[in-house]
Design a protein around this ligand. Sequence first.
Ligand SMILES: CC(C)(COP(=O)(O)OP(=O)(O)OC[C@H]1O[C@@H](n2cnc3c(N)ncnc32)[C@H](O)[C@@H]1OP(=O)(O)O)[C@@H](O)C(=O)NCCC(=O)NCCS
Length: 247
Amino acid sequence: MALQFPTRAERPGRLPHTASLEERSLWPESLYHDPVMERFLGRVIAEDAEFQFYAWDDEREQVVGAGMAVPASWDGGAASLPDAGLDAVVEARFAGGAPEPTVLCALQILIAPEYRGQSLSARMIRRMAEIGRDHGLGTLIAPVRPTLKDRYPLTPMERYSWRRPDGTHFDPWLRTHERLGAEIAKVAPQSTTIPAAVAEWEEWTQMAFPETGAYVIPGALVPVEIDRERDEGLYVEPNVWMVHPAG
Ligand SMILES: CC(C)(COP(=O)(O)OP(=O)(O)OC[C@H]1O[C@@H](n2cnc3c(N)ncnc32)[C@H](O)[C@@H]1OP(=O)(O)O)[C@@H](O)C(=O)NCCC(=O)NCCS
């Protein structure tokens, strides 16, 4: 497989994507409605193009994976990694008077389903860290979204750092980051906050929420809290802050 990992700045414009990467089902529908990403995605792409990159299949001439990251300011202490994880980092990036960036923060890595299971994700993380170093941002930090946590929505994220008998993480995405040298700093309890009307949640999940309460929904890491009286469903997704070794 002849893959290259160009940045969006190196290969601007709309590149051909493999069909499976375009499918809307790659994330739970609700994640496409994070108000912070809805507001800033355009600026991430336009203003931080050198930190967005592709996995480009040279033979098929198609994008088969994508990595997104933004520069962030961090003093190196676990306590100052924001509880609001991904949302906080993206908002801070585009806030007026933001301090000088010191690290690169991962936003997401997405791989076309037919290219999964071939260790491509580790190459993507390494490439992301390299892009940071190329820009003087020697440390990669990541509010990691553990990929199997949706099967355990009732387990608090603080308890989810389970390990297998061989000592490696139970969760494959935490395991992949750790294998590359990253360490867990702490949980980001509110990494992505998605408030929406009950009807929207019903549409996104293809479920009915007849009364106020917590509901387990497909693909989500924790239940969504439905409030019928206020006509609001609130999803507050925790992630896990991981810090890669300085390069
Ligand atoms: C998460 C993702 C990037 C992993 O990419 P990948 O290239 O398939 O992963 P790899 O082949 O490098 O495998 C990494 C580890 O996950 C394991 N793994 C992969 N798919 C798995 C699955 N469906 N179930 C359980 N484990 C799985 C692999 O066995 C490997 O672990 P091991 O080597 O320790 O056994 C990819 O599945 C994806 O794009 N998912 C949707 C988006 C997403 O969740 N991104 C992460 C949050 S930003």
